[in-house]
Design a protein around this ligand. Structure first.
Ligand code: SF4
Length: 62
């Protein structure tokens, strides 16, 4: 499972709070980004939760 954050991100930070192992702020701190690798098995549940909780549906599976 590999996740990507689209340009629709409004920078609310919810995914970073829910799963900081997978999501972080981008370089200028305005949007989230996902790690550039497969989500580790240990973080799959939290990452999936973050994806479904995103208020604008900006997280998708690549
Ligand atoms: S939860 Fe969605 S809108 Fe909020 S920072 Fe993460 S990707 Fe962006």
């Amino acid at each position: 499972m590999k996740l990507v954050v689209s340009e629709d991100c409004i920078g609310c930070g919810a995914c970073i709070d829910t799963c900081p192992e997978v999501f972080d702020w981008n370089e200028d701190g305005t949007m989230a980004k996902a790690i550039d690798a497969d989500v580790p098995d240990a973080n799959t549940d939290a990452a999936t939760q973050a994806m479904s909780d995103c208020p604008v549906g900006a997280i998708s599976e690549e």
